[in-house]
Design a protein around this ligand. Sequence first.
Ligand code: BGC
Length: 450
Amino acid sequence: MEDIYINKASFGDDFSWGVSTAAFQTEGACSEDGKGASIWDEFTHRKGKILKGESADTACEFYLNYQRDIDLVKQMNIPNFRFSIAWSRILPQGDGEVNQAGIDHYNNVINYCLQQGVEPWLTIYHWDLPLALEKQGGWTNRNIIEWFINYVTICANSFGDRVKHWMVMNEPAVFTGAGYFLGVHAPGRTGVKNFLPAVLYASLCLAAGGKKLKEILPGSVVGTTFSCSAVEPYTSKQRDINATKRADAIINRLFIEPVMGLGYPMADVPVLEGIKKLMQPGDADALKFDFDFIGLQCYTREMVRFSLFTPYIYATLVKAEKRNVPLTQMGWEVYPPSIYQVLKRFSAYAPAKAFYITENGVAFEDQLIDGEVNDTQRVDYLQKHIGQVLKAKNEGVNVKGYFVWTLTDNFEWAEGYHPRFGLVHVDFKTQQRTIKAAGKWYANFLAGNE
Ligand code: BGC
């Protein structure tokens, strides 16, 4: 991989730089001011689900003290801040009665951002489904389309006068795959009987949510975000190459292709044909939506080999630790060309207009020593990935922005607080913040000094 020189100017003035977070991973205050429980509140209190039995009851206390962290965004010269809304703060039961305190809270966060000269970018759904809806089947109940549209409508009407950039959902392949097939994320359900309806109804919500936002807020910029990775066969054996094709269909194609009007990748993963039985007249069209932008979220590369023991796809990921490659705290390979490859590849979908990297970042074992975190590895990771984004941009990909995951160390889902992804270190006992060397580097880069 060639080293690519980057500075802010080489991306142009209209390139959007930012940082991303999510409600459940940062807010804490899980039952404050009338908030209803979410599937993640429930899941994190189940035995054995989260590493070391940690919960996000406190997390980064972003709900109680959002000003402190928005001040840090400003201090690091970051012009755009992406965060998500907790559905069960707005609608404690998921549907029905609105909790005005929840609306007031997000109004305060948005207003505070704007006062600080920071542009708020909103994700409507980042995995924290109201528990009351899960009790009625959650993403496996077709009624979710109605519940979701009601929630989207309330968000658009409440915040749309000040928020210009919207993302309907965060990584549907992850919340349906990990939450409804593998059971390692909330709500902890397993098997195709849960996965297939969750996939279909999440896709229908995605498109319906986008349409609703555009209908209420015609001047807004509406996108959504997808997880994606470069996926390669572990060996040149034909059965590994075929396995890679199947894994790729699930990892990269499952959600974008229906949106683009291409349907589900059933030819490569026949089990997806089960979705046909769930489809109603009009669904094929209802899956399509012309988003203003697609957010791509890329962290690593996957290597795949054939496996007889993995039903449906007969493919397994070869762990990075077995491949003698540089590793992150998550056990993921550090492989910057992946972000270039996904940009090139996704831009080949003709209907897609524009792309943002809405998440990219890394967890390392950071050490706080004498009030400093000298995370040079993270600086290197960010520089190399941003370099690969520039390479794609220079080759004509319409990539219009880059957001680091994430602002502060936070609650990393099933992994708890152990993986530290932040530009800012958090001491979770005291809530003390320390801007890491990577945060200082990003601030300098954004000031045009690098
Ligand atoms: C998610 C984040 C998560 C990050 C790192 C993305 O899949 O959107 O919520 O913390 O990756 O795992």
